[in-house]
Design a protein around this ligand. Structure first.
Ligand code: NAD
Length: 451
């Protein structure tokens, strides 16, 4: 197994040559092929994902799996000429007339490891950015979505040579061996726990990593927030894909005097958005269902009020204790704790006691509070008055900080993440730096002493 993986990596390295630099035309054409691989097989993608999840809304599959890939490929094709161009860098006056530039260069072979929750888009979005940056790519999709992974493995060779892009299928053993390959860069999307092991495996090869991890993203409802629209956005974020979204609001925080009103607004939003289970997403495995049910039962056993609307819609858990597993682990499912605090300052303190989340959602239009949160908290993204939608803004870097990940991608940020930003320095025919060379003049020392 390890031998096959190493052979695939060597084949990509050799085909690319010692210093690969695909032209703009080659990169654009690769991106066009990747887009066709998604566009032409939409029905097969929908079917594969629905089989993997047992049940999943076709609209949500288009919104979250197909459209993001098509948009990301289009955005990269449109802007690539600009991103690829070496750009001027400033040179201090004392070094004039030398010139400096920054020239992006491909890294080589990029490894991509993807999770099960958005098995098509989270596999291909990093691939798009890596191909745009002129790299070749090996992808290891999740073993928990076998139909989608098999479809990726079947279609990739129809659109790419294995030296450009290949898909490696397999379970945890293959994933472990994959993470130990000496890639030029490794992107891992998954849990913080496994991310740590992947980073350790990559460290042995000095392979740089981008870690797109998870965590508990809070949604803070401030005193000026309109409760109905906040509840609407929170339930959208939690209900989408059954709460199995890395940027789903994990729990809600509100001032105690508004707890009852917010609970009603959330219930109302659930009834309106999820009146039946028809549009719901199933569990990827029985173990995932059992885990969420156990979290809810545990909360009930500890005397919490749990408000359920069917088996798949978000289930509200009112004021669970911070020590319950529900408030310790990333939920990644339909349970939605609603925590009450006396004052907003307590909410900020609560958020800051925990590892930095992937997103901090805040429902407020008060600019002073927005600024307090900007300066006083840390998270991958800070999003006001909506959920999930920031993912669709290609000019924003997407990634976490601390336990929620390191490094970001999407659009130009992904292009730069998977490029080496090479420093270029052009000395002039009459360099000013010649005064710095020995034998040193006495006046040089005098000048240096001035600082
Ligand atoms: P996971 O970490 O359990 O597994 C991810 C993949 O890692 C698996 O498919 C498996 O093949 C591989 N793996 C398992 N053990 C390994 C090991 N020891 N060494 C190397 N590879 C190993 O994650 P998951 O359950 O597939 O996905 C859910 C998690 O992903 C959640 O925590 C979620 O927040 C996170 N996530 C993050 C993002 C993001 O963009 N930040 C997006 C989606 C999901």
């Amino acid at each position: 197994m390890t031998r096959d993986l190493t052979d695939s990596l060597q084949a990509q390295r050799q085909a690319a040559g010692p210093a690969p630099f695909p032209t703009l035309a080659v990169r654009r054409e690769r991106l066009a092929r990747l887009a066709s691989m998604t566009k032409r097989h939409q029905q097969a993608i929908v079917r594969a994902i629905q089989r993997d999840f047992g049940q999943r809304s076709e609209t949500e599959i288009h919104l979250a799996e197909i459209i993001p890939v098509l948009h990301a490929a289009r955005h990269a094709r449109r802007h690539l000429w600009h991103w690829m161009r070496p750009r001027r860098a400033g040179v201090p006056l004392r070094l004039w007339p030398a010139r400096a530039r920054i020239a992006p260069q491909p890294l080589g072979v990029v490894g991509v490891m993807s999770p099960w929750n958005y098995p098509w888009s989270l596999s291909l979005m990093p691939v798009i950015d890596a191909l745009a940056a002129g790299n070749t790519v090996m992808l290891k999709p999740s073993e928990l979505t076998p139909h989608t992974s098999a479809l990726l493995a079947k279609l990739a060779p129809q659109y790419f040579t294995p030296e450009e892009f290949c898909v490696i299928q397999g379970g945890i053993e293959v994933a472990r061996a994959f993470s130990a390959l000496p890639f030029d860069h490794l992107v891992f999307t998954g849990s913080t726990h496994v991310g740590r092991q992947v980073a350790m495996a990559a460290a042995a090869n000095l392979t740089p990593v981008t870690l797109e991890l998870g965590g508990k993203s809070p949604a803070l409802v401030a005193s000026d927030a309109d409760l109905d629209s906040a509840a609407d956005a929170i339930i959208f974020g939690k209900g989408f894909n059954g709460g199995q979204t890395c940027i789903a609001p994990d729990y809600v925080i509100v001032e105690s005097r508004r707890l009852d009103a917010l609970t009603h607004a959330l219930e109302h939003a659930i009834r309106r958005q999820r009146p039946t289970d028809i549009e719901a997403t199933g569990y990827v495995s029985e173990a995932h269902r059992v885990r969420i049910d156990a979290l809810l039962n545990d909360a009930r056993d500890h005397g919490c009020r749990v408000i359920e609307h069917g088996d798949h819609a978000p289930a509200l858990v009112i004021d669970p204790h911070q020590r319950l597993p529900l408030m310790q682990e990333e939920i990644f499912g339909r349970a939605l704790p609603v925590i009450s605090v006396k004052r907003i300052d307590d909410a900020v303190r609560l958020i800051n006691q925990r590892p930095h989340p992937l997103v901090l959602y805040a429902f407020t239009h008060q600019t002073t509070l927005q600024e307090t949160l900007r300066r006083g908290t840390r998270s991958g993204a800070l999003v006001f008055n909506d959920t999930l939608i920031h993912h669709a803004v290609p000019s924003l870097p997407f990634g976490g900080v601390g336990e929620s990940g390191s490094g970001a991608y999407h659009g130009r940020h992904g292009f730069e993440r998977f490029s080496h930003l090479r420093s270029m320095f052009y000395q002039s025919k009459r360099p000013s730096s010649r005064w710095l060379r020995p034998p040193y003049h006495r006046w040089l020392l005098k000048l240096l002493r001035l600082g």
